[in-house]
Write a protein that binds this ligand. Structure first.
Ligand code: 5GP
Length: 117
């Protein structure tokens, strides 16, 4: 597998070199709004430790990111009056990954409303 690239977009967001609308942050994880939301409130959760994707990440960090994704999902149900939440995570180009720092998409959903492509 290709090595982690410390100049990927999300690494730059973590270092404060690129702006992002941050919705949650602690010493291990960051959550921020997706720049091209597939539905209002579409949020990305990332670990602070470098990890290219699920094939690369330390299991403890993966568990922590999942815990924060759950916290974001529960908050979105309230904040957006959502009927459900879509959680997605892509790995390597063949798996649909575009930015190579592990991220979990957390997307509020409403009955009868399709996600944008
Ligand atoms: P994936 O790698 O999971 O296929 O998709 C990467 C996601 O990152 C996309 O949903 C895209 O809109 C989002 N994204 C790409 N560049 C930026 C950026 O500079 N800022 C933010 N907030 N999101 C981004």
């Amino acid at each position: 597998m290709t090595a982690y690239d410390p100049n990927n977009i999300f690494a730059k967001i973590l270092r404060g070199e690129l702006p992002a609308h941050r919705v949650y942050e602690d010493d291990r994880a960051l959550a921020f709004l997706d720049i091209m939301p597939r539905a209002p409130g579409h949020t990305l959760v990332i670990p602070k430790n470098p990890a290219r994707n699920i094939l690369d990440i330390d299991a403890d960090d993966l568990g922590y990111v999942a815990t924060i994704a759950q916290r974001i999902a529960r908050a979105q149900m309230q904040a957006f009056g959502a009927d459900g939440i879509t959680v997605q995570q892509f790995n390597e180009s063949a798996g649909g990954q575009v930015v190579f720092h592990l991220h979990v998409h957390v997307i509020p959903r409403h009955d009868g409303v399709a996600m944008k492509p």
